[in-house]
Design a protein. Structure first.
Length: 372
């Protein structure tokens, strides 16, 4: 551990000249060593601004303090914080009449820092049979088809095994015994951060290629089906890649279906401005539900399942939003829809119309004297 003595104190950085003429500013002084090791008075505020000009030895001393006392990796910001704290302590020392530089104070703090007498690092070591089995189980749980895109080839199993060893060591549990200046002893334990199951999940998810459906596990495909239904119910369309990405995020837990429903409702509100207020004010409401009176009227007239009618069909769309996304013309009334549907050629294909035509033909034949 490096220690600074008066014989090897880091020289003071180059400081700008300052004149106090005409200024009522209060200057707090500290003692700093010059290039020859002599102590000279310096304005503490100016010294703080010279952090970036500190010598390599001074920066190293600050880093040593952070490692030894704070037990963490030093950064530029943390070194600067320590430097400013030392200067503040040196100001107090100056006011007490002591000739202590910030570096003297640093040495005192280092001398009084707790000493780490013992340090152990513990991590789990997994054999290949364990990692292979874990990978297969997690893959099955997530719905990955074994061998579907090569994640179970021997090269991949070996790659997973190697990565497990690296990650296990990186997330090791650390235990250290600290003896403080007063003689008390403390054991500090940092828990291990590595979890084999979570690591296997992340490894498998990294194998997914959103643009290649063959790499998608069933857990993603299930989300895709639900998303398609939700999009269709709101008259929305997404590309296959966008759909796969959202499904992937849902399967991984990075997105929430409730939040997505809200997002889709907002998109639908802009696409179907006639229904905007209802969609925004009723969570979970879809365009298909709002337009159900129109869809049901047409379906009843044509004797079909209303679910077979598409919102983006031009025939249907003309009643739901007569002027498109402008939204100034209200949807057509059910009477208008009914009149149109009853006069559409599709009505002629219904059983009711066929029976009505048969009855009319029979009546005509009877009137003409034909036996029926």
């Amino acid at each position: 551990m490096t220690r600074y003595r008066k014989t090897n104190l880091p020289p003071a950085p180059e400081l700008p000249n300052i004149s106090g003429k005409g200024s009522k500013k209060t200057i707090n002084y500290i003692w700093m060593p010059d290039k020859d090791g002599n102590l000279v008075k310096k304005d503490s505020a100016i010294v703080k601004r010279t952090f970036a000009k500190l010598s390599e030895a001074a920066q190293s001393a600050l880093a040593e303090y952070i490692i030894a006392v704070q037990n963490r990796q030093p950064t530029d910001a943390s070194r600067k914080t320590v430097f400013n704290g030392l200067i503040d302590a040196a100001v107090a020392s100056y006011k007490e009449g002591k000739k202590q530089t910030p570096w003297d104070i640093l040495k005192i703090q280092l001398d009084n820092a707790p000493k780490i007498t013992d340090k152990t690092i513990a991590y789990s070591v997994y054999d290949k049979a364990t990692t292979d089995a874990t990978l297969r189980k997690i893959a099955k749980d997530l719905g990955f088809a074994e061998g579907g895109f090569g994640q179970f080839g021997e090269a991949d199993l070996q790659d997973f095994f190697n990565k497990v060893q690296e990650a296990s060591k990186a997330g090791a549990k650390e235990t250290q015994v600290v003896i403080r200046p007063d003689g008390t002893q403390e054991t500090i334990t940092v828990p291990a951060a590595f979890d084999l199951g979570s690591f296997a999940q992340n490894y498998l998810w990294s194998k997914v290629n959103i643009g290649d459906p063959k790499t998608l596990p069933s857990s993603v495909i299930k989300q895709t089906g639900a998303l398609r239904s939700l999009l269709r119910a709101n008259g929305l369309q997404l590309s296959d890649r966008e759909l796969n990405q959202i499904s992937y995020d849902l399967a991984r837990g990075n997105k929430d279906m409730t939040a997505l429903q809200s997002d889709f409702a907002e998109m639908a509100a802009k696409l179907y401005p006639q229904y905007a207020d209802r969609l925004r004010n009723t969570p979970g409401l879809t365009v298909r539900e709002v337009a159900s009176p129109i869809l049901n009227t047409i379906a009843n007239a044509w004797e079909i399942d209303p679910d077979t009618l598409e919102l983006d069909d031009p025939m249907i769309d003309q009643f739901i939003r007569p002027d498109g996304v402008v939204g100034k013309v209200a949807p057509k009334s059910n009477y208008d829809v009914y009149t149109w549907a009853m006069n559409h050629p599709n009505r002629e294909k219904t059983m009711a119309e066929i029976q009505r035509a048969q009855q009319a033909a029979t009546q005509l034949a009877s009137a003409l004297g034909f036996g029926v």
